[in-house]
Design a protein around this ligand. Structure first.
Ligand code: NOJ
Length: 532
C-alpha cells in the first residue's frame, strides 16, 4: 500500500496555526517550529502528512483561495527559502507535505486576469470566461455565486461579463482553453519538482462549465434560502461537474504519476454518490482520493453513520481507496456540530474506519467554534450571506497553551481565540493522560502499529442497532472489533466470543471481556482485539 493509503493526513489552516513573527497571523516559520508536535518524537501526535491551505501571494479576499501568483509564497507566510526549509524539516520527521491547488479561479489581481480584462483582443482574453450581456443588459444566464449574488460581473471597460462561481475577486479560469491547462500543469510541476508530496485540489468538480451556458433549473422550494443566495436556489446542472472535467483530471494524474509517490486529492462537491465516485476515474486514473464528506454531513446518529460507511464500501470500485473527513476550515467544529460528548467516539470512528482519515487541526484538542463579534467577521461568506454562515468560527487560533492568545501569538490574533482555551490546549492536555489529545495520540499509535486498523478489511456487525455502530477490522491474524456507543446511556453489546479491550475512549479500561456481556458506558467507544 502507498503512504497515502495507510497514513493519516492533518490539515493546517496556516493563518491560524502558529505565529512566529508577532503579526497576529500564522506563518511557515510557525509551522516549522511545531513540527515535533506532529511527528518525529515519542510524544508527537504521529500523523503522516500535513495538508496546508493556500500559502501563495493573494489579496486575501478569500484568505488565500484567491491566488495572485501560483509560484511564490505570500510574504505574510514567509518566502520560498522558508518553504524549502519546511519541506526538509517535515521530511526529516517523516511528514509529507501536501499543498492546496486552486485551479477553478485566480484572484482578479493575478496578472493573467489583469491582461485578460485589459482588452477584448488581449491574448489572455480567453483564459477567463467572458460573455456578452443579454439584449436587456442582464447577465448571460441565471447562475449564482456561492458567496452570494450573481455569478457574473460586468466589466465597463470591455463591455462584457466575466464569470465567478465565488467572489467577483475570484474570476473563473477557462479550462476549455488548452493554454490555461498548460500553464496550470506548469504550476504543479514547479511545486512537485520542489519536493511537494501531493496536492489537495480546490473545488475540482467545478473547473469546467457547460459549453452553451444554459440556465440552471430553479429549485422548487427556496423559502429557507437567504434572498441573495442565488447559488442555493439552483440545481447545479450546468455550472459544475461537466463530463469534460474528467479528461482534465486524467491529464493532471498522468503528471503526478510521472513523479514518485505523489498524492492527488480533490475536493469534489457533486449531486450524488454516483457522480462523486466517477472522480476516482474509470480505470482509477483520476483522483487518488476524492475527499469524502459523507460523515461530515451526517447527524450524530449511529444508523446514519453506519449507512454512510456501508454505502461507500458497497459503491467503491475494486482498488479504490476510501477516505473520511469529519472537519475542515469550511464547517463548524466537531464539538459544536455534534456536541461535546461526541468528540471521543468521533475520533475513534475516524481513526479506525477503513480508509485515509483527515484530521482538521484543533479537533484533537476538542476545540469548539469561536464566537466572532459581528464587527470582527472576516470571512466573505459570513459578510455576504449572514453571520450564521461565517467560517471564521472554525478558523480561530490553534490553542497551544494557557498563555494569552493561547500561545498562538504574542499579539491579538487576526481572529479571537475560542472559549475554553485554558483547558483545551496542547500544554495542559499533554500532561493529562485522560485528555482528548491523549486519546488521539493513542488511537494514532494503535492504528500505525496494527495491520488490521491500518489496512485491514471492514465488515459491519450489529446491523440493526439504533444506538451503536460496530464493525470488524481484519488483517492477517489480527481481528479487531470497534464498538461505538452514540448515545448517552449504557448499551449492552451481546456478541459472541472473547476479546481484550485495547482502548476505551475513556482511556481507563484494558481488560479481557466476554463479548456476550460487554457493556459500553455512555458515549464510550471500545477497540477490542478478538481472542480466537
Ligand atoms: C473551497 C475551499 O475549501 C473554501 O475555503 C474556498 O472558499 C472555496 N473553495 C473557494 O476557493
Amino acid at each position: 500500500m502507498d503512504w497515502w493509503q495507510t497514513g493519516i493526513i492533518y490539515q493546517i489552516y496556516p493563518r491560524s496555526f502558529k505565529d512566529s513573527n508577532g503579526d497576529g497571523i500564522g506563518d511557515l516559520e510557525g509551522i516549522i517550529s511545531q513540527l515535533d508536535y506532529l511527528n518525529g518524537t515519542p510524544e508527537s501526535l504521529g500523523i503522516d502528512a500535513i495538508w496546508i491551505s493556500p500559502i501563495f501571494p493573494s489579496p486575501m479576499a478569500d484568505f488565500g483561495y484567491d491566488i495572485s501568483d501560483y509560484t511564490n509564497i505570500h510574504p505574510i507566510f514567509g518566502n520560498l527559502e522558508a518553504f524549502d526549509r519546511l519541506i526538509d524539516e517535515a521530511h526529516r520527521r517523516n511528514i509529507r507535505v501536501i499543498l492546496d491547488f486552486v485551479p477553478n479561479h485566480t484572484s482578479d489581481e493575478h496578472e493573467w486576469f489583469l491582461e485578460s480584462r485589459s482588452s477584448r483582443d488581449n491574448p489572455k482574453r480567453d483564459w477567463y470566461i467572458w460573455r456578452d450581456a443579454k439584449p436587456d443588459g442582464s447577465p448571460p444566464n441565471n447562475w449564482g455565486s456561492m458567496f452570494g449574488g450573481e455569478a457574473w460581473t460586468w466589466d465597463e471597460q470591455t463591455q462584457q461579463y466575466y464569470l465567478h462561481l465565488f467572489l467577483d475577486k475570484q474570476p473563473d479560469l477557462n479550462w476549455r482553453n488548452p493554454e490555461v491547462e498548460a500553464a496550470m500543469l506548469d504550476v504543479l510541476r514547479f511545486w512537485l519538482d520542489r519536493g511537494v508530496d501531493g496536492f489537495r485540489i480546490d473545488v475540482m468538480s467545478y473547473i469546467v462549465k457547460d459549453k452553451h451556458f444554459r440556465d440552471n433549473p430553479v429549485l422548487p422550494d427556496v423559502r429557507a434560502v437567504a434572498p441573495n443566495n442565488l447559488w442555493g436556489k439552483l440545481e447545479h446542472l450546468y455550472d459544475i461537474d461537466q463530463p469534460e472535467t474528467h479528461d482534465i483530471i486524467r491529464r493532471i494524474r498522468r503528471l503526478f504519476d510521472s513523479y514518485q509517490q505523489r498524492v492527488l486529492i480533490g475536493e469534489v462537491w457533486v449531486a450524488n454518490q454516483e457522480a462523486w465516485i466517477k472522480y476516482y476515474g474509470q480505470n482509477l486514473d483520476e483522483l487518488h482520493l476524492p475527499f469524502n464528506f459523507d460523515l461530515l454531513l451526517c447527524p450524530w446518529d449511529a444508523g446514519a453513520m453506519r449507512t454512510a460507511v456501508n454505502n461507500l464500501e458497497a459503491a467503491l470500485p475494486v482498488g479504490a481507496h476510501p477516505n473520511y473527513v469529519l472537519g475542515n476550515h469550511d464547517i463548524s467544529r466537531l464539538a459544536t456540530r455534534f456536541g461535546e460528548r461526541a468528540i471521543r467516539v468521533a475520533a475513534m470512528m475516524l481513526l479506525t474506519l477503513r480508509g485515509t482519515p483527515t484530521i482538521y487541526m484543533g479537533e484533537e484538542l476538542g476545540m469548539i467554534d469561536g464566537v466572532i463579534p459581528p464587527e470582527r467577521i472576516q470571512d466573505p461568506q459570513g459578510i455576504n450571506l449572514g453571520a450564521d454562515r461565517t467560517r471564521d468560527v472554525c478558523r480561530t487560533p490553534f490553542q497551544w497553551s494557557s498563555d494569552s492568545f493561547a500561545g498562538f501569538s504574542i499579539v491579538e490574533p487576526w481572529l479571537p481565540v475560542a472559549e475554553g482555551h485554558l483547558t483545551r490546549n496542547v500544554e495542559v492536555q499533554s500532561r493529562d493522560p485522560y485528555s482528548i489529545l491523549s486519546l488521539y495520540r493513542q488511537l494514532i499509535r494503535l492504528r500505525r502499529n496494527s495491520p488490521a486498523l491500518g489496512s485491514g478489511s471492514y465488515q459491519e456487525v450489529l446491523k440493526d442497532s439504533e444506538t451503536c455502530f460496530a464493525y470488524l477490522r481484519e488483517a492477517e491474524d489480527e481481528q479487531y472489533l470497534i464498538a461505538l456507543n452514540f448515545t448517552n446511556c449504557e448499551q449492552q453489546l451481546i456478541l459472541e466470543g472473547q476479546g481484550k479491550i485495547l482502548l476505551s475512549t475513556h482511556l481507563d479500561r484494558e481488560e479481557t471481556v466476554d463479548l456476550s456481556t460487554v457493556t459500553l458506558r455512555p458515549d464510550e467507544g471500545l477497540i477490542i482485539r478478538l481472542i480466537k
